[in-house]
Design a protein around this ligand. Structure first.
Ligand code: 13P
Ligand code: SF4
Length: 301
């Protein structure tokens, strides 16, 4: 059955001149039909550089919005419109406008996990892989960082610089409690701990390396080490197990699953391509404002 679906997807992809971009947290079978899979930064670059007419974005809502902001002449489709990111919804445009009023003169750095309307009120965006470098590049003592408090705290620690933090968080990464990491370290003392910076600071403090999703996979690829504890959404651990059968990978906890990322399925990808439905289109007045901070980030890093 799924072989049939895959064949139909391939056929329709040709007919529509479509490209399928897939985030690293998507289901394995969806990863298998990807033209490109990667982390948020890599996917933004791909979305801005493709010559396809249609982008099927297998990720969450803000990722498809970013693709639409960068490539307004393309049709961007999200297989499941319900696949949002709860962290992105923890701040809205009005709240950011008020936060800016409360902190006059601050430069606004917004994590890519945010809505287009929030990006429209932003000076520069960042992703988990370049947040430290983006903040480092800003010549201002007052910096607002939103919406992810944990990523902000990680940047503060690396740069030894105080930021004005919005108190958003990722519910999936909050599940990776420090006590779970300690337990796993006791159980597997030879394992290196690699975590995503969306984890809480107490968890990050126990890590050997703090990296984006692709950063974690690249680290493993280049490492002579053969046992790891992986502190991010569990799809990464499954990908690594498949790719490196001779190495050992442990999750921090089996409940570290992002339910939103899992909403896109092969059937839904096929349906969107057949019907050309579920288009994500950012209104032009918001798009032109949101384009600037994303472009600024991509031009620097
Ligand atoms: P990456 O940028 O590392 O892919 O992370 C995106 C994300 O949503 C993590 O929860
Ligand atoms: Fe959002 Fe967290 Fe899911 Fe990433 S893992 S998409 S930050 S809810």
């Amino acid at each position: 059955m799924s072989r049939e679906i895959i064949e139909k997807i391939k056929e329709l992809k040709k007919q529509r001149n479509a490209v399928i971009l897939v985030h690293n947290y998507q289901r394995r079978e969806v990863q298998d039909i990807a033209d490109f899979s990667g982390d948020s930064l890599e996917l933004s670059r791909k979305a801005s550089g493709t010559d396809a007419d249609v982008i099927v974005f297998c990720g969450v809502h803000f990722m498809a919005e970013t693709a639409s902001i960068l490539s307004p002449d393309k049709k961007v489709l999200l297989p499941d419109l319900e696949s949002g990111c709860p962290m992105a919804d923890m701040i809205n445009r009005q709240q950011l406008i008020q936060f800016k009023k409360d902190n006059p003169g601050a430069t606004v750095v917004t994590y890519i996990n945010s809505t287009a309307e929030v990006k429209a009120e932003t000076d520069i965006c960042c992703t988990s892989s370049n947040a430290v470098n983006v903040v480092r590049s800003i010549d201002n003592d007052k910096i607002i960082f939103c919406p992810d408090r944990n990523l902000g705290l990680y940047v503060e620690k690396v740069l030894n610089k105080k930021l004005i933090l919005w108190q958003g968080f990722c519910p999936t990464h909050m599940r990776m409690l420090p006590e779970y990491v300690i337990e796993k370290k006791h159980k597997y003392p030879k394992a290196l701990v690699l975590v995503h910076p969306e984890c809480q600071p107490e968890t990050v403090a126990l890590a050997d390396h703090v990296l984006s999703t692709t950063g974690i996979m690249n680290y493993v690829a280049g490492s002579g080490h053969n046992e790891f504890i992986i502190g991010t959404e569990n799809e990464i651990t499954f990908i690594l197990r498949k790719k490196y059968p001779d190495k050992i990978f442990h999750t921090v906890t089996d409940i570290a699953v992002c339910p939103n990322m899992k909403k896109n399925t092969l059937e839904k990808v096929l349906w969107t391509l057949q019907e050309m439905k579920n288009e994500i289109k950012v209104p032009e007045e918001i798009r032109v404002l949101a384009y600037k901070p994303i472009r600024k980030m991509l031009d620097i890093y």
